[in-house]
Design a protein around this ligand. Structure first.
Ligand code: MG
Length: 407
């Protein structure tokens, strides 16, 4: 039996959620921005029509589209909406694998016939998501995850693309390798492919194995299979996944910096944010990852697993800073973005704190949370956070200056 895998990709997800929540934003050019340097995270299709894209700064976006409305992103709202969308998908199969906040793989192989086939299921899911949330999605259907994902990208917004096994030669192999981004092929890998004269998926599939092997090692075989459209991994069932696999925050600095005090302070702020979210979800984790993007956009990420599950900002920071000191110092380049995430999570039952001191810490923390919930985030905070906040406020007011923060 031919497999039927679907990838459901929500269209301009964050911006669409904001438009769904606020009728005043509907039909208008909207850009959801992150904190910090206020870069466009997602633009609505109305804004995209003016050329506004993810990654642009606010002034860039405004110069293209003077009527643009900037909205501060609310990740918790998007996560919550995602979970509600998952519930719809779970009506058709238990094999729903969360790929990202706005993308899921569905294995419909054994259940689609109950609903009139996979195309009928896809149409029904689209209809229900639109009716329930006012959101559009693009769906790709294929014999494996790679083809489903590539297919979903071919037709946006509100698209439905089906590529059957028998159509791989006609519809998949001629696609440029750039279309394979996001299925294991990054931009740098794509550049390497292009240098080798590999222009299409088919070229990649036909590349001499020894060359792929020499250049990419164990990944070479995978790339060849991706090129041939035969790379196949199972779709995980929803229950196999933790509801929250990891909790992370990142922040683009107001300007690139080598100032360790600034970097340290931002990292502390992010660790506190991660910790607050972990407490909200009642989870704790063992793997702390540090993410650094340098001024040349080069990316560093390293994770470290510790013996004990942790959930406090101080402990998360300690682990993240240890990675930073060990792996990133001395800094060759200014830092553009810092991020931290905690993975390997499990439910925090609350009784694990057998040591008196830890219990005390926990108590202080929950009181702090309570106050912050009542009077607004960060009413009470470790003193060290004030530096990053000052930095952030200066930047928000357009007052940031090299006189204040000189490396
Ligand atoms: Mg999307």
């Amino acid at each position: 039996m031919e497999k039927s895998i679907a990838l459901i990709d929500m269209n301009s997800y964050f911006a669409s959620v904001e438009q769904a929540c606020n009728p005043g934003l509907r039909g208008k050019p909207v850009a959801v921005c992150g904190e910090g340097r206020t870069i466009v995270v997602t633009a609505s299709y109305e804004a995209r029509a003016y050329g506004v894209k993810t990654g642009m700064t606010k002034p860039e976006a405004r110069s293209l589209c003077p009527a643009i409305i900037f909205v501060k992103g609310n990740l918790d709202k998007y996560i919550d909406t995602s979970f509600r969308i998952h519930k719809i998908m779970l009506d058709y199969t238990d094999k729903v694998e969360i790929f990202s906040i706005d993308e899921c793989f569905l294995d419909l192989t054994h259940t689609a016939h109950l609903y009139g086939g996979d195309v009928a299921v896809a149409k029904e899911i689209k209809k229900r998501i639109k009716e329930s949330f006012g959101l559009l999605c693009s769906i790709g259907i294929g014999p494996n995850k790679v083809i489903a994902k590539v297919g979903a990208k071919l037709n946006k917004p509100d698209g439905l693309t089906v590529i059957r096994k028998s159509e791989i030669a006609e519809k998949y192999l001629p696609l440029p390798v750039g279309k394979l981004q996001g299925v294991g092929v990054g931009r740098r890998i794509e550049e390497k492919f292009k240098m080798l004269g590999i222009k299409t998926a088919g070229d990649l599939g036909n590349a001499p194995p020894e060359i792929l092997d020499r250049l990419f090692g164990v990944m070479g075989k995978m790339y060849a299979q991706i090129g041939q459209g035969t790379y196949d991994t199972p779709v995980k069932s929803y229950r196999e996944q933790d509801a929250v696999k990891s909790v992370g925050h990142s922040h683009t600095l107001a300007r690139d910096t080598k100032n360790l005090q600034v970097i340290r302070s931002y990292l502390q702020m992010l660790c506190e944010k991660v910790a607050a979210r972990m407490r909200k979800y009642k989870i704790k984790g063992r793997t702390v990852a540090l993410i650094i993007r340098y001024s040349d956009f080069d990316f560093f990420a390293k994770r470290h697993t510790i013996r004990q599950h942790i959930s406090s900002g101080v402990e998360i920071f300690r682990a993240a800073w240890e990675i930073f000191e060990k792996e990133c110092l001395p800094l060759d380049l200014p830092v553009r973005l810092v991020g931290v995430s905690v993975a390997n999570v499990e439910a925090d039952a609350g009784e694990q704190y057998v040591f008196e001191e830890m219990r005390k810490k926990e108590k202080v923390q929950s009181v702090m949370d309570e106050i912050n919930n009542k009077y607004g985030a960060s009413t009470i905070k470790p003193v060290s956070l004030i530096i990053s906040e000052k930095f952030g406020i200066l930047e928000r007011c357009g007052l940031i200056s090299t006189r204040v923060w000189v490396d």
